[in-house]
Unconditional design. Structure first.
Length: 224
């Protein structure tokens, strides 16, 4: 096994062990997914890069394992992205590799092919892979326009956590802590949307995720 393979296996194991200790004590807006589940459709879940661990835990445990909608994750072609992709794939998700800075068009085409085969919960981190922090790039809006799939802004907060010294101040929930999950109103991007409308919807997505950040933090009495 390669070094990246070993690291991804270790990360997947640590994540699974940590995840077993987390408790979802506040769920807000998740009922918005019910229509998606009932109709057998796809959806796009969009949250900040710093919120990957808590949000992905919910996606894996509830959206995938409990409700049967497999995740498909857009990940950058960076070295870190390779590690994350292998870690995610070990958990049963599929991936497309690309970002706003490299390989974005190929990644969008790959997502389109994936959604033609069967419905998925597509996961995007619109400020990744290199920031600016909590600033949505246009890729998620373009993806929704091309696929006709609604975007759900999403966030989480942890009762106790570590904040890493990374560009996004990545949130690592401590063991046995409570998690709050908040999902905002869905955003539909019309097929005929022009540049100005796409920019308006990009801002709407950015503000929607930030509102979810604030609501999740408020629910647990922690800082955003």
């Amino acid at each position: 096994m390669s070094l990246i393979g070993l690291k991804s296996a270790a990360a997947a194991g640590a994540y699974e062990l940590l995840g077993l200790t987390y408790r979802f004590s506040h769920l807000e807006g998740v009922e918005r997914f019910e229509e998606i589940y009932a109709s057998g459709s796809s959806m796009i879940l969009s949250f900040w890069h710093s919120r990957i661990l808590g949000c992905s835990r919910y996606v894996h445990k509830i959206v995938f394992r409990a409700r049967g909608l497999p995740p498909h994750v857009l990940i950058s072609r960076s070295r870190d992205g390779e590690l994350i992709a292998r870690w995610i794939e070990r958990g049963g998700a599929s991936t497309s590799r690309g970002s706003s800075s490299r390989g974005g068009s190929a990644a969008l085409r790959d997502v389109l092919r994936t959604l033609r085969r069967r419905p998925h919960a597509v996961v995007t981190t619109p400020d990744g892979p290199r920031g600016p922090d909590r600033r949505a790039q246009p890729g998620t809006i373009l993806l929704a326009q091309m696929t006709g799939v609604p975007i759900f802004p999403m966030s989480f907060a942890a009762g106790r956590s570590w904040r890493l010294r990374s560009w996004d101040r990545f949130i690592l929930p401590k063991p046995f802590t409570r998690l709050a999950i908040v999902v905002g109103d869905p955003i539909a991007v019309p097929r005929e949307a022009g540049k100005e409308e796409r920019e308006r919807l990009r801002v709407e997505l950015e503000e929607g995720i930030r509102r979810a950040d604030a609501r999740a933090a408020e629910a647990l009495g922690v800082e955003v």
